[in-house]
Design a protein around this ligand. Sequence first.
Ligand code: SF4
Ligand code: SF4
Length: 394
Amino acid sequence: MTDPSLCALCPRLCRYACPVAQGTADEGATPTSMAQAWRAAKAGDLPWKAAADVLSRCTGCMACKAPCELEQDVPSYLYEARAEAWTNGAVPDGAALMHRRYLDSGNPFGADLTSSLREHGDDDDFERKGRVLFWPGCRSLHEQPDLVAGLMPIFRALGADHVSLPARKETPCCGAPLRAIGDDAGFQVAIAANQQYFNRQRTWITPSGECLNAVREGYPSTGNAITAEVLHLSEFLLFFAEQLADLGHAAYVHRAENGLPAPQVVVFDSCGVGRRAGRGDAIYGVLEAALGSAPPSFAPSPGRTVCCGAGDFHDLRRPDAAAQTADWAAAQGVAPPGSWLVTTDAGCMGSLRGRLPGVEVYDLVGFLVAWLGPVVTTGAKASTPAPSGLKANG
Ligand code: SF4
Ligand code: SF4
């Protein structure tokens, strides 16, 4: 059972697994230091403001769980600790800035995300056709609204024409950023704004690890579980594996006809979808269907996936530390120049872009649009066999 006092007394057994401690060489980023800071603040031995700063140094990646002999769930108790700091008026500067943006715009980026998607999507994409909602999450809407809209024709080409985007009046954020900074009251307000809408869906799908975990575990932790089936995008797409294979075959032919080589694809196993949610395998099935062979993992060894530094909006709360963590992560695995690195979580792509020379970084949405978009747009058919030697990863 998770007990922060065990971490406070521990000789930092997980120190070398923690990407933040490794990337920043900051001993304050270990669970031991964070649990000690929380305990000291509760005892009145440390100002809550100082404790809140220490408690913010975690991406929620759960890499500390593997070396831990005591099965501690550090991210869960840090949510509780940050909430206690919040009620004591202690909010780190980065979290306060993110919160101000949220209050101004309804999302942590301070942008009008509803308008940005409206610019790119077709009217029909927002109409409720079935009870399957594609929830892009605020980060995707901020970083790639064009690709989010570009996925809708691919859903239709796969036969998933019952999928719709959030209705235009809906808020684009599930509240995950508020949970990450300890604003429990704000998180409850966000849940109240979304819960009925989500409950009207039969299936709720997202490419975001943050949204997946907020709705999968955060909503129930407040007694507000939703009734819709909650799936990562990769899990939903596995239902369309045969159609993915047909379109993937057409993509090979299309690229060959246009003199383009087949990309070598590598998977970046994102912590939020894999370790946190236990949903990290489906992307391999999706990519195998779309590419004809299973891609390798970026992880240095099986199960040893690395955190990109952006989990729990760490990149918005502590940009410098997140950048150092991302540098460390990029150095842990191998993605050859010219390859496509596909992240399981939309939250990782921005952190990894530009850190791997010659590598195109996509999340699953971006990969599908880049790989299948041209054949869906042109209506190309898989009528001719793919030229030999053109299989990706082959
Ligand atoms: S998570 Fe486990 S290994 Fe890490 S400090 Fe806590 S008790 Fe020790
Ligand atoms: S959850 Fe990840 S970032 Fe947080 S303490 Fe554990 S290993 Fe470090």
